[in-house]
Design a protein around this ligand. Structure first.
Ligand code: SF4
Length: 490
């Protein structure tokens, strides 16, 4: 069948061990059971390990999953916040999602885009529409990073991906002091062969994301009917392995929480991270995402939400992921309401979207409303980028638009080493100030500018104090940025 032409068994087999994948259902349940009733000493030993920025084993993660004691839960949250501060300081990176098409050949039962949802308005953006969307994102909102989302469909093949990404990188949008552009395009797209992933790498993508949705094989097949392209669990499970083999070493994994028991999904993510680390010289996922199932148009799986994740458990999931994979970026999207996202920031999230619109072509349309008939799900947080920046400033966080990493070759092994040794922050800290300066001068209202200046003053003093060896390089770049020069980075 045509599915067999897409799914390459010869690109699944090499990643199996004795014919088996790294996810083993019985073993995961055994690990979860073995962590039950942990002593406070055991929990505290594990927290100490996280604080040393060492990945936790699945068994150690299972211990944290089993903690119920209020005092220990507080200690876990405090340690997660300290780990975040140690590796990422008080920076939050912002981005916007850009949906390029909502054609899809699959039938995931929780998704409004599924092929058999006849009520969905379908389209794929033309190159002219992509140009207009990018102009709005870079010129009106001030974004520098996108995550571009493609449906799984022959219309969104690798040729379209290359063309659309090139189009996005070419746009120069007028701003107050010059021009704005998108400097990093991350991609969320269907699993691909190594050959196609190489083409994606060559077009200059940042992170390549594929979420497993559910690591639990039985649930996976219920939610993704067999006979559809996405019905192949293993083809999806090894997407990131193939990406690494294709030279894309910034990869993003994720699970859709609410499909199955959240403890199993956390264990799945940790096993995934460990398998990547083990096979690729310690290079684990650059980011982890943990969306919760949301209401979607005409989605039968949502009628019986047996595994719905409560707010309390959701915050525990974030805490545990921060502790278990201390070097990774954690992404919380605008699916979640503002009050949950604000709490998540304190637990160690590092990336958030803002001014988010997920209707096709919605950034360049003069509409602020959500459009259920063309969206994959409904958003919980509709704050503008400026509002988010203000709220983050109130929490002591600086918003970073830095895109230096992949442009300067700080990816894969290099970035992992820096993150583990807590030195990635040195560059990111300086680049955050430079890019935040740009945004303040190009886009901020007078009120946000005042709050932003106070943050910059604090950060400049910190850089002066902690990073004297970079002053000679950093200061001239910062001063040139104040004078209107753009896109300088270390
Ligand atoms: Fe298609 Fe993705 Fe929706 Fe599945 S989740 S139906 S693959 S858009």
């Amino acid at each position: 069948t045509w599915i067999d032409q897409v799914v390459r068994q010869d690109e699944i087999d090499p990643y199996l061990e004795q014919g088996k994948p790294f996810i083993n259902e019985e073993r995961i349940w055994r690990e979860i059971a073995s962590g039950s009733n942990p002593t406070p000493e055991r929990v505290r030993d594990i927290l100490k390990k996280s604080l040393e920025i060492q990945s936790l084993s699945p068994e150690e993660t299972a211990v944290l999953l089993n903690v119920k004691d209020r005092q220990l839960l507080r200690e876990m949250a405090d340690t997660a916040a300290r780990v975040k501060q140690k590796v990422y300081d008080s920076r939050i990176v912002t981005f916007a999602p850009l949906y390029l098409s909502n054609h899809c050949v699959n039938s995931c039962l929780y998704c409004g885009f599924r092929q058999d949802n006849g009520g969905m308005k379908r389209s794929r953006l033309s190159m002219e529409e992509i140009r207009r969307e990018t102009e709005a994102l870079a010129g009106k909102f001030g974004h520098k990073r996108l995550i571009v989302v493609y449906g799984e469909h022959p219309d969104s093949d690798i040729d379209f991906m290359e063309k659309s990404i090139n189009q996005i990188y070419q746009v120069r949008a007028k701003t107050r002091k010059g021009h704005g552009s998108i400097r990093r395009v991350n991609v969320n797209a269907a699993p691909m062969s190594v050959e196609k992933l190489r083409r994606l790498k060559n077009v200059g993508v940042g992170t390549y994301q594929v979420f497993q949705e559910s690591y639990h094989p039985g649930t996976y097949s219920q939610a993704h009917p067999p006979g559809t392209l996405k019905g192949n669990y293993l083809w999806r499970l090894f997407s990131m392995h193939r990406a690494m083999d294709a030279g894309i070493d910034d990869v993003g994994i994720g699970a859709l929480f609410g499909l199955y028991d959240w403890r199993f999904e956390v264990m799945g993510l940790v096993h995934h991270a460990r398998d990547l680390e083990r096979r690729y010289n310690g290079i684990g996922p650059h980011t982890i995402s943990f969306p919760r199932l949301e209401q979607a148009d005409n989605a039968p799986f949502l009628n019986d939400m047996k595994y719905r994740v409560s707010d309390e458990d959701f915050l525990k999931i974030i805490t545990i992921l921060r502790l278990a994979v201390p070097y990774t970026g954690l992404i919380i999207t605008a699916r979640e309401p503002a009050h949950i996202r604000d709490k998540a920031v304190k637990l160690g999230v590092t990336q958030m979207d803002a001014s988010t619109r997920i209707g096709l072509g919605a950034y360049s349309r003069e509409t602020d409303g959500q459009e259920i008939s063309s969206q994959q799900f409904m958003l919980g947080d509709t704050r503008s980028l400026e509002e988010l920046i203000g709220d983050l400033a109130d929490m002591g966080c600086i918003t970073s638009f830095c895109t230096a990493g992949y442009r300067i070759g700080r990816t894969g092994e290099r970035i992992m080493k820096l993150l583990r040794e807590c030195h990635e922050g040195d560059f990111c800290r300086m680049n955050a100030v430079i890019t935040f300066r740009e945004w303040l001068d190009d886009f901020a209202s007078p009120e946000i500018k005042v709050r932003g200046e106070a943050l910059i003053a604090r950060e400049l003093a910190g850089i002066n104090r902690d990073l004297p060896k970079y002053q000679g390089k950093f200061r001239p770049m910062y001063d040139s940025t104040c004078r209107g020069k753009r896109d300088l980075y270390l």
